[in-house]
Design a protein around this ligand. Structure first.
Ligand code: NAD
Length: 255
């Protein structure tokens, strides 16, 4: 992809799943990586994978809900690599067991989900866009959205779906605000993606069958298939795209 060589990218939630695959793909494309995750061991493992392939990366243990930690994380990246060009705001949590229909949803579950998934992305983008403006001068922000932010495709997941709907709105307003700064903001919307946690959730073949029967391609995505879309949105190949949504969902939202 064009325009990724020599760039510095930060990916939140890159210790596992889609974020990890995106960080590895961006490193393959020539980016230096800031690996932000609250799980220090998994962040270190992603760094190890990137370095073993000849890339450059640093791990930063942080909770995306904590503004001082996020700000300090970007400072560490600037000390290591001198600039930030690309921000992939990806970290989120999901709980099919604790999330509920609205009349049964405990407020602490709502607060936790919105705290990580929406406030975390606001803080990642706030300090990421400041870092881009102060160093690279222009760049790209890619947020990881969800079909649940647009439709009720996962019933009784009010907190998660609402947090993702907020992410989609956040991205569009940021896209308009920062177009004048040369910063593009886009959303990649993954469908049913077979990360470690999702694989465990659908270990029962009946549950897996139910999931894939809703998907025209009749399978889940591998994390690297979503990572390719994230890298594309961050690259100069997407130079005329801002405020847009790229669905990587096997046709789920086309039905
Ligand atoms: N997997 C799917 O089917 C699917 C579908 C649609 C959207 N998404 C979205 O894709 C993104 C990645 O999801 P995934 O499936 O790869 O998840 P995952 O659970 O495999 O990985 C998430 C990573 O984020 C980290 N993390 C979680 N909370 C954090 C916090 N507060 N601070 C720092 N790090 C934190 C975790 O430690 C983990 O490494 C999320 O935004 C999710 O909402 C996933």
């Amino acid at each position: 992809m064009r325009g990724l060589m020599g760039k510095t990218a930060v990916v939140t939630g890159s210790g596992a799943g889609i974020g990890q695959a995106a960080a590895i793909r961006l490193a393959e494309e020539g980016c230096r990586l800031g690996i932000f995750d609250w799980n220090a061991d998994s962040a270190a493992a992603t760094v190890e994978t990137i370095r073993a392939a000849g890339g450059e990366a640093i791990a930063v243990k942080l909770d995306v809900r904590e503004e001082a930690q996020v700000e300090a994380g970007y400072k560490r990246v600037l000390e290591a690599f001198g600039k930030v060009d690309i921000v992939c705001s990806n970290a989120a949590i999901f709980s099919g067991a604790r999330d509920r229909a609205v009349d049964e949803l405990p407020k602490d579950v709502w607060d936790e989900m919105v705290g990580v998934n929406l406030t975390g992305m606001y803080l990642t983008c706030k300090h990421g866009i400041r870092a881009i403006k102060a160093t690279a001068g222009k760049g790209a922000v890619v947020l990881t959205g969800s079909p649940t932010g647009m439709s009720g495709c996962t019933p009784a997941n009010v907190a998660y779906g609402s947090s993702k709907g907020g992410v989609h709105a956040l991205s569009r307003v940021m896209a308009v605000d920062h177009a004048k700064d040369g910063i593009r903001v886009n959303v990649v919307v993954p469908g049913f993606t077979l990360t470690q946690i999702v694989r465990e959730l659908v270990a029962d073949p009946k549950v897996y069958e139910w999931q894939i029967n809703q998907i025209p391609l009749r399978r889940g995505a591998e994390p690297h298939e979503v990572a390719g879309a994230i890298a594309f949105m961050a690259s100069d190949d997407a130079s005329y795209m801002t405020g847009s949504f790229m669905f990587v969902d096997g046709g789920l939202t086309a039905i």
